[in-house]
Ligand binder design. Structure first.
Ligand code: ADP
Ligand code: ZN
Length: 204
C-alpha cells in the first residue's frame, strides 16, 4: 500500500504515520525528518536545506526529489510506504507519479488556530517523536528518554510563514489528487485516537 499523508504543519501527520507504520508494517518516510537528520550530521544537503527550513520556506524540488527517489528505491519500500511531508508542490506530485503508483492520499484538514496551538506547544525528539507540552511531565522523551527540544522552525515567526507557504503551494496538491479520485479527507482537529480510527476504517 502506497500512502501519502497530506496536510498543514501541525495537522498530526507524523503522529498518525508512527501508528500506521506499525499497523501495516511499511516504512514511514518523512522528508522533514530526513532533512533534520542531514542537518544533525552536517552533510552538504543538510547545510543547504537548513537555509530554507529556518525561514519557513520549502527546500527546492530537485533536492527533495533526489532524497525521495533514493529512499523509495530501498528494498523495504517494496511492500509499500507512508510518505509524510511529500509531495508539497504539484511539481513534486507529478514527479512522484513518474516514480511509483499512489494508492491513497489522506488529507488532514484542520483550522489555522488549532495548528498554531499545536506547533507552538510542540516538543520534538531526535527519535522522531513529537509531543504537546500539555501532555508532558518532564523534558525528556517518553519513548526513548532523550532530551526534548523545540524545533527552530517551531518559533512563532517561522510558523506563520510555513502556514502561508502551505496554503499557497501545498494546498493545491490536495486538488491534484482529488481530481484523480485518490483523496480521502479526515477531520484532523479531533483527538489522535479518533483520527486514527477514521483512517483505519477507511484503509482496512
Ligand atoms: P511540518 O510538516 O511540521 O512543517 P516537516 O518536518 O514535514 O514539518 O518539514 C520541515 C521543513 O522541511 C519544511 O518547512 C520545509 O522547509 C522542509 N521540507 C520538508 N519536506 C519538504 C518537501 N517535500 N519539499 C520542500 N521542502 C520540504
Ligand atoms: Zn525520543
Amino acid at each position: 500500500m502506497n500512502l501519502i499523508l497530506l496536510g498543514a504543519p501541525g495537522a498530526g501527520k507524523g503522529s498518525q504515520a508512527a501508528r500506521l507504520k506499525e499497523r501495516y508494517g511499511i516504512p514511514h518516510i518523512s522528508t522533514g525528518d530526513a532533512f533534520r537528520s542531514n542537518i544533525a550530521k552536517g552533510t552538504e544537503i543538510g547545510l543547504y536545506a537548513k537555509s530554507f527550513i529556518d525561514k519557513g520556506l520549502l527546500v527546492p524540488d530537485e533536492v527533495v526529489l533526489k532524497i525521495v527517489a533514493a529512499r523509495l528505491s530501498e528494498p523495504d519500500c517494496e511492500k509499500g510506504f507512508i510518505l509524510d511531508g511529500f509531495p508539497r508542490t504539484v511539481a513534486q506530485a507529478e514527479a512522484l507519479d513518474k516514480m511509483t503508483k499512489v494508492d491513497c492520499v489522506i488529507n488532514f484538514s484542520v483550522d489555522r488556530e488549532t495548528v498554531m496551538r499545536r506547533l507552538t506547544g510542540r516538543r520534538s525528539c531526535s527519535c522522531g517523536g513529537t509531543f504537546h507540552i500539555s501532555k508532558l511531565t518532564s523534558d525528556v522523551c517518553p519513548i526513548c528518554g532523550k532530551k526534548l527540544y523545540i524545533r527552530d522552525d517551531d518559533k512563532p515567526e517561522v510558523i506563520s510563514e510555513r502556514l502561508n507557504v502551505y496554503e499557497k503551494t501545498t494546498a493545491p496538491v490536495a486538488e491534484y489528487y482529488k481530481a484523480k479520485g485518490l483523496l480521502f479527507e479526515v477531520d484532523a482537529s479531533k483527538e489522535l485516537d479518533e483520527v486514527y480510527d477514521e483512517i483505519v476504517k477507511r484503509l482496512g
